[in-house]
Ligand binder design. Structure first.
Ligand code: ZN
Ligand code: MN
Length: 148
């Protein structure tokens, strides 16, 4: 995991560099994305901060996420059901492990990704620019509660 404080400062600086105003709402959204604990959805972020900003809408949260995504500072994990999740802590492509029960998403630390990328490039003669690799399963919390 990257240092959330460093990620926070990097994202805020990018917003400044692109001439965007640094509002308290924006800082609150960036703060959550910098940690991206559990890979939040836009609704999760909205729920976390709406108490502090009662006039803020979910659409504002979406707009800010898209803005930060346009600078390449947040990774969007799209799902067919539209329940997109975000990682602003590690904005570059990386594999994920997804619990099909509680929808928890974690980052495995894999040494084999670089090897796999090289293998794919060699076999297909593609220049690989990005990748998406998701593992689906049942997390240990959900396994424990199923046994109980
Ligand atoms: Zn689970
Ligand atoms: Mn991640």
């Amino acid at each position: 995991m990257a240092d959330p404080k460093e990620r926070f400062e990097t994202i805020v600086q990018k917003l400044r560099d692109h001439g965007h105003k640094i509002t308290p709402q924006r800082l609150a959204i960036v703060g959550i994305l910098a940690k991206s604990h559990g890979h939040p959805s836009a609704e999760d972020i909205y729920d976390l901060i709406k108490g502090d900003f009662p006039t803020m809408s979910l659409a504002t949260v979406y707009r800010n996420i898209l803005l930060i995504k346009s600078f390449g500072e947040v990774l969007e994990l799209g799902f067919p059901d539209g329940s997109n999740r975000y990682d602003g802590n590690k904005p570059h492509p990386h594999p994920h492990v997804i619990c099909i029960r509680c929808k928890k998403i974690v980052d495995p630390d894999l040494d084999s990704m670089d090897i796999m990328k090289k293998e794919v490039a060699e076999e297909t003669h593609f220049k690989i620019l990005s990748h998406r690799l998701d593992f689906f399963g049942i997390c240990s919390d959900c396994m424990a509660s199923e046994k109980a």
